[in-house]
Write a protein that binds this ligand. Structure first.
Ligand SMILES: [Zn+2]
Length: 356
């Protein structure tokens, strides 16, 4: 949706869901502005046992003008349960009380498992209303104008987990819908303040996040999220995984995690062979062609690729390229944690969760 200046409302050439300012009265035209945006499940403060705020919450009679994405910098937990999400919400509130704040600073929290919880009291009611904003405490100088979302985890090197990402897209689309915001109003904390938040990797994914929210708002199919890898991204275990996979497709490259000219050339050769867009960038389509289904008894670089990702996700394993019974059990643990079918076979769903 485009940003309209007040002037463009002159002849009422407004889009569905736009607001018209007549004198000092704002008339809300037909909502919803974005045809059918699903309302994500959001647990209110009562669901996680929030303590009462120390002082009355300030509810401002204005809409927010943007949304800020944060990371909590807590260790990336493999506990994806709702119980864990509620525990995280309580511990954040306590730590914010300890800072002398009246309540949780951010409006919403998303756990590693993708559970969305209300942070500061009344945030959910304000969003449902669509015309008011709860003053938060999450970004200096912008608390009266911006919604804050804390994503549990540390995303300097790693991308957010797949459930976190998917539900963040749903939450952002809902917030944009309720307040008539465009996806372009979604920023990272570092855009507004001197901080590393929400982490280098997460920050690099914000263009993809905005694009996914736009697609969601337009009623399109967002598709599977895969992280983008391209030349000169810092050496990472994810690039190493991609190199192992490229090797299984015949590339003669070293799996060292550094995405240099040789890896780029290998990606282009692979894309040419598969009839994909040849750009040397590993995005969703290339990932989905690159991955190999691996199972008990398999060996080689495809197994090393799986082991590399499991290790990056905090699971203890070697990179010996042997899909042993031990590895099989580990894959099942991973699948259980991610609420996937627990069959010990690494297919596209497990790969998708391993990549993020
Ligand atoms: Zn932050």
């Amino acid at each position: 949706m485009k940003q309209y200046s007040r002037r463009s409302f002159g002849k009422l050439t407004v889009g569905v869901g736009m607001s018209v300012v007549v004198g000092l009265t704002e008339l809300q035209l037909l909502r919803p502005s974005h045809a059918a945006v699903a309302i994500p499940a959001i647990g209110g403060t009562a669901t996680w046992g929030a303590a009462a705020p120390k002082e009355p919450i300030k509810r401002l009679a204005q809409k927010p003008i943007g949304i800020v994405v944060h990371h909590t910098t807590s260790p990336n937990s493999n506990d994806f349960t709702q119980t864990k999400a509620r525990q995280v919400a309580r511990s954040i509130q306590q730590s914010h009380f300890n800072r002398g704040w009246i309540d949780t600073g951010q409006h919403f929290t998303i756990s590693r498992g993708g559970w969305i919880l209300e942070g500061r009291h009344q945030s959910l009611a304000a969003v449902q209303q669509g015309t008011t904003h709860v003053q938060g405490a999450h970004v200096d100088g912008h608390n009266e104008t911006h919604i804050g979302i804390e994503c549990d985890g540390l995303y300097m090197e790693h991308a957010p987990s797949l459930p976190l990402w998917n539900n963040l897209v749903a939450l952002l689309a809902y917030l944009c819908h309720q307040y008539g915001l465009t996806a372009q109003t979604i920023v990272g904390h570092r855009d507004l303040d001197a901080t590393l938040c929400p982490g280098d990797t997460f920050y690099s994914l914000l263009p993809q996040l905005r694009a996914a929210v736009e697609t969601h708002l337009a009623g399109g199919n967002v598709g599977r999220m895969w992280p983008t890898l391209k030349r000169n991204t810092p050496a990472t275990s994810l690039a190493k995984t991609a190199q192992y996979l490229l090797r299984t497709h015949g590339a003669s490259i070293t799996a060292d995690g550094a995405f240099g000219p040789a890896t780029e050339a290998a990606v282009k050769a692979f894309q040419t062979a598969k009839g994909l867009t040849v750009n040397g960038i590993i995005g969703a389509a290339t990932w989905e062609s690159l991955i190999r289904t691996v199972r008990l008894g398999d060996s080689g670089d495809a197994v090393r690729a799986v082991q590399t990702r499991l290790a990056a996700q905090g699971y203890t394993t070697t990179s010996d390229g042997q899909f042993t019974a031990t590895l099989n059990a580990l894959v099942k643990t991973f699948q259980t944690n991610r609420q996937l079918s627990v069959d010990g076979v690494v297919g596209i769903n497990s790969w998708n969760h391993l990549a993020m």
